[in-house]
Write a protein that binds this ligand. Sequence first.
Ligand code: WT7
Length: 657
Amino acid sequence: MSSAEIESVLHENRVFEPSSDFVKQANISGMPAYQVLCDEAERDYEGFWARHARDNLLWQKPFSRVLDESDAPFFKWFDDGELNASYNCLDRHLNAQPNKIAIIFEADDGTVTKVSYKQLFHKVCQFANGLKSLGIKPGDRVVIYMPMSIEAVAAMQACARIGATHSVVFGGFSAKSLQDRISDAGAVAVLTADGQMRGGKEIPLKPTVDEAIAMGGCGSVKNMVVYKRTGSDISMQEGRDVWLSDLVQNQPDVCEPTWVKAEHPLFILYTSGSTGKPKGVQHSTAGYLLHAILTMKWTFDYKGSDVFWCTADVGWVTGHTYIAYGPLAVGASQVVFEGVPTFPDANRFWKMIEDHSVTVFYTAPTAIRSLIKLGAELPKQHDLSSLRLLGTVGEPINPEAWIWYYQEVGGGRCPIVDTWWQTETGGHLLTPLPGATPLKPGSCTFPLPGIMADIVDETGESVPKGHGGILVLKKPWPSMIRTIWGDPERFKKSYYPDDFRGKQYYLAGDGASRDEDGYIWIMGRIDDVLNVSGHRLGTMEIESALVAHDLVAEAAIVGKPHDVKGEAVIAFVVLKGARPSGEEAKKIAKTLRDWVGQDIGAIAKPEEIRFGDNLPKTRSGKIMRRLLRAIAKGEEITQDVSTLENPQILEQLKETI
Ligand code: WT7
């Protein structure tokens, strides 16, 4: 990040205090209350987390140890305790509120289905018994490739109930991406659906799973369970594939939870890193669930009367923590949505908030920006007075979008929690507390109590206020990533590199700065990872996809600021033959975009492709990405290019098609 960029964010000086009405009813009210919790964690770190783990989780066997650092950085929390995540999300509510609505599901076409806690409990138990009947055992990996549905949440809960480790793959990922993940996880089963509905269009799922398995490397898969969603024609393989309705039909609707160790892997979720291969982020049971619960209470100020709505897909970590686990564990009523914000039109979110009387609404800045474009005046046409709290996640929010969200959606009365976290962190780490923190539009403000975040330089020294640096976590926390599935070395290298002069800090991969008031501003990734519409994409992943095409000799991917997506993917490509131009270039660009879509998924398709005879390289052959980024942005190149092997290439690459 340039010093000019840091300068500009650090001069945001509008401050929005929480209203006294909000403060009065808040779970943590006022900065002094926040400070008390922070001080407690500072004084007695393990005692702080142990107290919360005892108060918030139901343990089958209580833990006696809190943090075990003996095999650092493979930290363990509460590790001699035993519990079950599904028990903590469902059974615990059966006496107190069996008939409370757990999920209000709205399908793409607007059909609404509701299930109570008791109904969801029985659904999950039958599903779990069905999985058991297939021979699925604790510790087995189960891939879930399903549309947003009550069944998808039940599938995750059913795995948790029997101690199977789920790995959800977002329905937008290609057969190739799915195959990679099934094979890396060594999954014994895939839970899927015939298809899914998004924006009125049907998207096949089961055929994609068949395609993935046909690619090979998926020999571990013994069973496939298919939820009938669209009713479209699909082929079922005798002996391997079973309809969900048949699987659960004669199953008992009660299933004893399988008690697991606190550190038992609840799930693996693949995310992009700076090399080509996605990383299987492995999470624990107890520490993860604890943070999901605490952040429901702290960040979302959860109250029994809330109607919570997180618009993420369960294919991403946000949909794990703030759909499948957090809201259920605290006993919330939540909206689960199958469709997209723009179908049938850009009123959809606002209409749904009105229809379901949503009180806490959590979405991504990219959705907010696109809805501003499609109809900044639309929220006014709806009664949004049920809302009391708004949240954002996944990428920085620009102050203009923040102000619009605050005024037009929140009516100037709802605090906005800008939550910074990652697949690896399990839940929020940096976020305002809505009844305490004075907000600055675009800043995720301060760390949660017990989270030892700092901004440091290359030597691990804290940078002074008003400066930028590297975001680190100085102490392990309960919901952190435990390892990368099957690759502990990569875990160490990615998150605990030998930087910072031997200090053992978790490296988040983000740049950040702190302003004069101590507010934290996230400045974006410092590694080769892009953030497109709040989704993480590795530049190397897209480059590998491109060079796997017959026509391509070399490719480099960079990000370029985009007013809706946050960042857009720009590809610089060298073909094996001559550099194409005119219509031919257009045709090849389309072929390559579709190819990337096929290989990874539609989200990875480059926005723009530019062709050159070569890429700008140093004399030692290193691609100068900084120059490519400047070209992509259309900036004048002011850097010294004298070390460049081939400066004339720059002119070619400035040409767009
Ligand atoms: C990366 C993590 C967290 C769940 C969804 C994304 C960026 C995330 C914010 C925020 C600025 C943010 C970071 C982070 N990010 N939240 N509030 N402000 N940047 O999870 O796919 O693991 O991506 O998203 O760069 O490292 P993810």
